[in-house]
Design a protein around this ligand. Structure first.
Ligand SMILES: [Zn+2]
Ligand SMILES: [Zn+2]
Length: 355
């Protein structure tokens, strides 16, 4: 710097090489301090683009590592839809315990890792085919539909499109109307297009408002009609198969972000709890605007699943402290000797990064 003169940006005085070096040191010190203290301070303006809601995640099948990774990737809230367990339940008691778990202990467990957990309640189409069981489950539903954190009825719909499935679907659409709940529809994996169209026909017959209903597991064959009929249109991103991040991004690019919702549908099968975060990152790389990304990984899910008032942005913008010393009916997420994580509320925007 010898022989040159620099003006100080704040006072316009002469900045000597010594002064400039001191200034650089100060800047470096501040940067290091910031890096050493992640998770402090409120969410900065503009940070919402980095927040993610995964509105379809079967978290009871996932590990605490998954919760930690999701929180780190920016997931602030998840919705756990009631579904089947990979093998059929043999009695209504299993169902009642399951509903109690997804609206109880799992909600607590997610909270211990800084993620807000909501659920949907319903009899899934597959098990609607066990007529005696289905009847008992439907009778048991009302008790759970009014519980805290229940944001919709679901997953409802068709599996093999049998008459018993049809009956359960219709009964539950009426229940959703009666209890003022939105509906999450599971569309069949076989004969998807026909099953999806038929589901929407039935919803219409029952006069169910499409703006209160998410049709899930869509693909290129179903998106147009689902959007045209006024429904929210969700996509489950599975690794290697069905809807991947590239195809999802291409759909957002050609249809625009309105009423599209991305989820991971992670469960006990080959699935990825970070699928929404990874898709958001890919969309950004492909040049999708941040407002559009924000809508499909956050805003749209909040708009529809927030309809009954149970899901509220304040739950994660002004969260309770994480305190792993907390117990749920006497039980902790920690095992003997582990150090509890205790964290004051307030996520730093630096914490919410899609990596
Ligand atoms: Zn499903
Ligand atoms: Zn599911």
């Amino acid at each position: 710097m010898a022989g040159r003169e620099l003006a100080c940006p704040c006072c316009n005085g002469t900045l000597t090489p010594e002064k400039a070096a001191r200034l650089l040191d100060e800047i470096q010190r501040l940067t290091t301090m910031k890096e050493a203290q992640p998770g402090r301070g409120p969410v900065a303006a503009g940070a919402p683009t980095r927040m993610i809601i995964d509105p379809h995640a079967h978290m009871i099948s996932r590990t605490t590592d998954d919760y930690e990774a999701m929180a780190k990737a920016g997931v602030v809230a998840v919705i756990e839809p009631a579904f089947w367990l990979g093998q059929p339940r043999t009695n209504v008691g299993s169902y009642i315990d399951y509903f109690a778990m997804i609206s109880g202990f799992e909600r607590f467990r997610a909270g211990q890792f800084g993620i807000r957990h909501y659920c949907t309640i319903g009899l899934n189409p597959k098990e609607a085919n066990n007529e005696a069981l289905a009847e008992q489950v439907i009778d048991a539903l009302p008790h759970f539909l009014v519980k805290e954190g229940v944001v919709a009825m679901g997953e409802l719909g068709y599996d093999e499109q049998t008459s018993l499935e049809d009956r359960a679907l219709r009964l539950q659409i009426e229940l959703a109307k009666e209890y003022g709940l939105p509906i999450m529809i599971h569309t069949p994996h076989r004969d998807k297009r026909a099953g999806t169209l038929r589901t929407m026909d039935v919803l219409k017959e029952h006069d169910f408002d499409p703006t209160r209903c998410v049709i899930d597991h869509n693909n290129e064959e179903t998106i147009r009609e689902v959007l045209d009929r006024g429904y929210w249109c969700a996509f489950s991103i599975y690794p290697q198969t069905k809807m991947g991040s590239e195809r999802m991004s291409a759909l957002v690019e050609s249809y625009g972000p309105d009423r599209l919702i991305v989820n991971s549908a992670c469960d006990w099968g080959v699935s990825d709890p970070l699928a929404v975060a990874k898709t958001a990152r890919l969309m950004a790389q492909r040049g999708v605007g941040s407002d559009a990304i924000h809508k499909v990984v956050y805003g749209n899910a909040l708009a529809v699943y927030g309809l009954n008032g149970e899901m509220d942005e304040q739950h994660w913008l002004a969260p309770a402290a994480i305190d792993q010393r907390t117990l749920y009916e006497g039980n902790s997420v920690l095992r003997g000797g582990q150090t509890p994580r205790i964290e004051e509320p307030g996520r730093s925007a630096d914490d919410l990064q899609i990596v």
